[in-house]
Design a protein around this ligand. Sequence first.
Ligand code: 5AD
Ligand code: SF4
Length: 472
Amino acid sequence: MSERVKNPFKKPSMSGARKRIRTAERILFDMPSSSQRPGAGLNYHIKTFGCQANEADSEAIKGILETLGYRETCNEADADFLLLNTCAVRKSAEDRAFGEIGRLKGLKRTRADMLFAVAGCMPQEENVVETLLQRHPHVDIVFGTHNIHKLPDYIETAIYSRERVLEVYSGEGDIIENMPRKRAFAHKAFVNIIHGCDEFCAYCIVPYTRGRKRSRSEEDILTDIETLKADGVKEVTLLGQNVNAYGRDLEHGARFDTLLESVAKTGIDRVRFMTSHPNDFDERTLEVIAKHRNIMPHIHLPVQSGSTRILKDMNRKYTREDYIALVDSIHRIMPDVSLTSDIIVGYPSESDADFEATLSLVERCKLEGAFTFVYSPREGTPAATREDRVDDAVKKARLRILNEHVNAAYKSGHERFLGKTLDVLVDGVSRKDAAVVSGYTPHHKLVNVEAPAAKAGDIIRVKITEAKTWTL
Ligand code: 5AD
Ligand code: SF4
C-alpha cells in the first residue's frame, strides 16, 4: 500500500457548504504514476444522472479511470468498477438513484471483487450519507462533487484496506485543472467556466451540493477551447449555473461578455452557453452574441415563475416585469433568437392566479420550450420548511396544463423554420433507421434527416420540410 493511502472517512456538512471556508485554490491534478494501475485488465461502467455538470464530471471520472488502466464497458455485469454519478436537485432523481443502489445489491453479491462507488451531488447531503452508511453496506466508495481528483487514492484504499471509503468536502471546493477527460462526443464538448452557485434560490440544493461560486481563469478556459478545436471539436458549450456572473469572484475581475467574445474569436464553429440568469444578463453580452456568427442564437433563460410574488419568495431577485423587459431587449437586438426556460409549478403558496401568471408569461415572452418541474422540497433549503405547501393533485394538474402550453410553444418554435434551409451539426445515425441522421440547428432544434453519407461531426445543409412538436 502506498504511503499516501489512508481511509479519509469524512462526512458532508450542509451548513459548511453555505460558508466559504477559504478562497478557492487552483490545483493541478496529480497524474497517477505509470506504476499506479490498479485497473489494468479491468472494466468500468458509469451511470450518470442529472445535468450537464454531472455529465462533465463523469467525463473526468472516466478519464481518471482510464489512466488507472480501466476500460469502459457498456454492460454493468462485466464491470469491475461500477459508479453512480448522482443528482440531488429533485426527490425523484434521488429516489431513482436509491432504486439503482438497491438493485445493484444483487450484482454485488455475485461479484464480491467488484468495487461499487456512489458519487456526485447526493453524497453532499448529510441525510443521504447516513442512509448509505446504515442501509447500504455494499457501497464501497462514497465521494462528492469537490474531490473527484482524489479517486485514484480512494480506489487504492478500497482495494488494499478492504474498508469502505467515504470522503465528502463541503466548504472547501477548489478548482482542479488538467484532469484527464474521456469525452462523450468527438465533435462537441462541454467546458465548465464556473463551478458552484452563489444565488441561493430558496428551493434549490445546488449551492449546497456544488458549493459556492468559483470561476475558472479565462486563460485556462481558452487553453481548453484551443485544445478542443485542434482536436477537431466543432461545438463547445460553456457551462455554469449562472454563466452571466462569470469572473466577478476572480481577483482581477473578468466578465462573461469578454470571455464569450474571446471564445468566439478562437474561430471554433459553434459556441453555446448555459445556464443564463435573468439578473445578470446584460446588453454587452447580447451585443457580443449578435456580433459573432459562431455564437448560436439560443438562450436558455430560466424564469421559474411568472408571478412576482412567487419570484420574491423564491429569492430570484427579479420581477415578472424585469424578465419581460429583458426578453423584449433580447428580441429587439436579436429578433431571430430562440428562448427557452425552466419553470417550477406548485411552489409553496402558489395560487391559481400565480399559476395563470406563469402561463401568460410563456406566451408573452414567445418562449420556444421549457423544462417544467413540480416543486420538490429539498431538506436543508429554506423553502423546505414552509407549511403552506400546494396539494400534490393541484401540482400535478398544473404541470399537465403548463406542459400543454409548453408543447404548443415547442411546435410553433419549430414551425417558423418550415421551408428554410439550415445548418445541422450531425450527432449520429438514428437508432431506428441507418439512412437517417440527427443533429441540431443553430437555434438548438433537433433535426432528423435522410442523409446516408453524413457522419457525426459534419455540418450539413438541410431543407426543413416538416415541423413536429419535438423534432424538425
Ligand atoms: N424542485 C423542483 N425543481 C427544481 N429545480 C431546482 N430545484 C428544484 C426543486 N427543489 C429546477 C429549476 C432549475 C432546474 C435545473 O431545476 O427550475 O432551473
Ligand atoms: Fe439553483 Fe438558483 Fe443557483 Fe440555479 S441559480 S443552481 S436555481 S440556486
